[in-house]
Design a binder for this molecule. Structure first.
Ligand code: PGA
Length: 255
């Protein structure tokens, strides 16, 4: 794992954006796994600003609420349209988001997995992290081998996301999410986390034991994972000095 610590969210996002852009430039038909939430908003802004060619890019989003109409202001369909898709030349048929209104949820989940495989698998998966350690919407005690399926949100996540919905009562209880097993099959994983509220989750993910009670710790199994953090999110890492040392002493060929 590579832990990139930058002073501010803007600098950390800029570092991640450079590497995402490199993936797109090197492989104009890359398959990207995308995340929602407040964390990646600035990343998408940077990518839009870079004027990349998305015409052959395929994307798969991690998750979606069950039962929200796709055009609801807080659906992840709306989020992706407003924060990325309507600003780039991606073909609508290449941008996949779980369908939280599928009449046959289990059937849809199997189909989503098949679509990812048919696209050749995900080259680069972008992740955020919940304050409870979730990745996608894989809440604590999710199977580390899980695939795309329905999950029930924790009360902590419902509290965290109430800011988008105006009240806790308005946050849907159920979601569709790629599984941890699905996420770990991506060829590369970038996890972004900013702010003090993420410091415990990041310390547990990077330095804690791997456990289903802390889903992000499963990323320790991934052979090509990078964490992009600001100082606040990194503030509880006991080996932060080592991660800075590694970053500052990267051999030229690795930069
Ligand atoms: P946030 O959510 O980016 O809004 O903090 C992260 C997540 O829940 O994965």
């Amino acid at each position: 794992m590579e832990i990139v610590i930058q002073p501010t969210p803007a600098e950390s996002t800029a570092a991640a954006a450079q590497l995402v852009a490199r993936v797109i430039r090197r492989n104009p038909a890359a398959v990207l796994g995308l995340a929602t939430g407040s964390t990646p908003v600035q990343l998408y802004r940077e990518l839009i600003r870079m004027n990349l060619d998305w015409s052959r890019i395929t994307t798969f989003n991690l998750d979606e609420y069950i039962g929200l109409p796709a055009d609801h202001p807080q659906s992840y369909h709306t989020f992706m349209r407003e924060n990325l898709f309507r600003h780039v030349n991606i073909r609508p048929e290449n941008a996949h988001i779980p369908d939280g209104n599928a009449p046959d949820i289990a059937g849809f989940c199997g189909e989503y997995e098949r679509r990812i495989s048919a696209a050749g698998g995900i080259d680069l998966q972008i992740l955020g992290i919940g304050s409870d350690g979730h990745i996608g919407f894989n809440e604590p005690t999710s199977s580390l081998a899980s695939r795309t399926r329905i999950k029930t949100l924790t009360r902590e996540t419902i509290r965290d996301n109430a800011r988008f919905f105006g009240s806790e009562a308005a946050v849907p209880r159920h979601v569709l999410t790629m599984g941890i097993g699905t996420i770990l099959e991506a060829r590369e994983v970038f996890l972004l986390a900013f702010g003090e509220a993420k410091a415990d989750a990041i310390a547990a993910a990077v330095e804690g034991p791997v456990a289903s009670t802390n889903p992000a710790s499963a990323v320790q199994f991934h052979p090509a994972a990078k964490f992009f953090l600001d100082e606040a999110a990194a503030s509880k890492l006991s080996r932060a000095d080592y991660y800075r040392w590694v970053y500052d002493n990267k051999p030229d060929w690795q930069r």
